[in-house]
Design a protein around this ligand. Structure first.
Ligand SMILES: [Mn+2]
Length: 215
């Protein structure tokens, strides 16, 4: 049900803005705890558990679980909620401290690519081509992107259609998918993910700001 997915995405955005407004967290676990608490406040369930919160050197762990690791540098926060059984999925990467020129460059490059890929979602085309395009746009950085571009999201957090090079799924209007390119280097990782409704012009359902937030 689209209206439930939309509601899940709205709550996800609200949770993220209150995380930013109340930011005085010390560890990955602190962030996770806050988000879990928020989901209780909105009477929804986490769409998966634990949420992914990884900071500093650990930010390159694609499926990393939150630990007592002190927040430092890039911090990847991947979470979502389930509203009446329909799920949202969003990732924002924030920065604790002052990013280096190269880190900022990597973030802005990834953000530009994520937005570009969203603009290329067109019914009747194929999802595999979006995955291939993501790697083309990353250029020499494609070696740091070692997972698929995205997935369908609905009653399950990961379901068809699949956004990967081996996928034969055709893009269809009203599909709900994620676009989540990432860069995972030796010392840090960055991922930016939105839940998106496919239409002739794609509708981004998770609307949280994507400019790099630094604390
Ligand atoms: Mn996802």
């Amino acid at each position: 049900m689209l209206k439930y997915t939309k509601k899940a995405c709205q709550i996800t955005d609200k949770m993220f803005s209150s995380l930013i407004e109340n930011f005085n967290f010390r560890t990955e676990k602190d962030i996770e705890k806050f988000l879990k608490h928020q989901s209780k406040k909105y009477k929804v369930k986490p769409s998966f558990s634990p949420f992914i919160v990884v900071s500093g050197k650990r930010s390159n762990q694609i499926h990393g679980k939150p630990t007592k690791n002190k927040l430092n540098g890039f911090t990847v926060i991947d979470f979502g909620v389930s509203y009446n059984g329909f799920k949202s999925d969003m990732t924002r990467t924030i920065y604790i401290g002052k990013p280096s020129k190269k880190e900022l460059q990597d973030y802005n490059k990834l953000l530009k690519i994520q937005k570009k890929l969203i603009s290329l979602i067109k019914p009747e085309n194929y999802y595999c081509d979006l995955d291939i395009k993501a790697r083309l746009l990353l250029g020499k950085d494609k070696i740091y992107f070692n997972h698929s571009l995205g997935h369908g999201v609905g009653k399950k957090i990961h379901e068809p259609p699949w956004l990967r090079s081996s996928s034969s799924d055709k893009i269809k209007s009203n599909d709900i998918i994620t676009i989540e390119p990432g860069i995972y280097k030796k010392n840090y990782g960055i991922r930016i993910e939105d839940t998106i409704l496919v239409k002739n012009k794609p509708v981004v359902l998770t609307k949280s700001n994507k400019k790099l937030i630094c604390f």
